[in-house]
Design a protein around this ligand. Structure first.
Ligand SMILES: C[S@@+](CC[C@H](N)C(=O)[O-])C[C@H]1O[C@@H](n2cnc3c(N)ncnc32)[C@H](O)[C@@H]1O
Length: 260
């Protein structure tokens, strides 16, 4: 049985690259000491659960509505339709009341960027009007379909933007990242660490940006409070060599890190 095709029979995973699904499957097999030949059902179940954790969990039920909403959007001033699109992904939905404050607080430290690199972007690039400046925007996402959507948004809004797709935990992908003034890693590192443990250090050394802004949720998806300081000791160790500022906005903790 072709396990990758079997896993991708679920609609929610259709847009993921076969190679990413295959790597996830191998990780599940290794970590659970399963056998490809005889444990196929368990492998499929566990791989789907893992993919849901890193990709599917953030997508709200109406995610497919986004294309329809994009066709309705008039301009960058059409904040109402922008917000309707941002509502289609849990991370951006939670940030809607705070976007203006998020970007003004970050840029008060970094200065207004001429270019932005948004890694594991989700739908965050659609918050472009809240930036209140017009940087070149590179967005990097896991699935091709999601990157295509972001490219359509950039093109329609006449934003100088490029959407890229792939698995950013792979060194070969990190090395292809464009340079920019500011890199956003919003609510990305917990997810990327679960795809490949200890990836943050390698990612930081391959990001060619003056500033890195990494954020973490202070609540779990279920709404439970999580203690960021204790949980993030691994991350604080990594950034201890850099100058950084911590900002809390809503239920999100941002680290604005001077990289160069
Ligand atoms: C919690 S969401 C955050 C989205 C966005 N940064 C935000 O805060 O609005 C995590 C995102 O990471 C993406 N992702 C997961 N694994 C990835 C990988 N290996 N490479 C690139 N993106 C990945 C998911 O598709 C998802 O959009």
């Amino acid at each position: 049985m072709d396990l990758v095709s079997e896993i991708k029979k679920k609609k929610e995973f259709k847009s993921l690259d076969d190679s990413f699904v295959n790597n996830a499957l191998n990780k599940v097999v290794k970590e659970n000491q399963l056998k490809l030949e005889k444990d196929s059902e368990e492998i499929i179940k566990k791989t789907r659960a893992f993919l849901r954790e890193v990709y599917g969990a953030f997508v709200s039920k109406g995610f497919n509505k986004r294309d329809k909403l994009l066709s309705m959007i008039k301009s960058l001033d059409d904040i109402e339709t922008h917000q309707k699109i941002l509502k289609q992904h849990i991370s951006t939905a939670e940030r809607i009341p705070y976007y203006t404050q998020v970007y003004s607080s970050i840029f008060a430290i970094t200065g207004q960027p001429k270019s932005v690199l948004d890694i594991a972007a989700g739908l965050n690039p659609v918050s472009y009007p809240f930036l209140k400046c017009r940087p070149k925007y590179y967005a990097y996402e896991l699935s091709e379909t999601d990157a295509e959507f972001l490219q359509k948004y950039f093109d329609k809004m006449k934003i100088d933007g490029k959407a890229l797709h792939g698995d950013i935990t792979l060194l070969s992908e990190m090395q292809k990242l464009p340079s920019a003034d500011v890199c956003f890693l919003f609510k990305a590192l917990d997810t990327l660490e679960s795809v490949r443990w200890d990836v943050t250090k390698e990612l930081f050394s391959n990001i060619n940006c003056k500033w890195i802004v990494a954020s973490f949720p202070m609540k779990s998806l279920g709404g439970r409070k999580i203690m960021p300081e204790k949980r993030l000791s691994w991350f604080l160790r990594i950034i201890s060599q850099f100058e950084y500022t911590k900002i809390t906005i809503g239920d999100e903790l941002f680290f604005v890190i001077r990289k160069a």
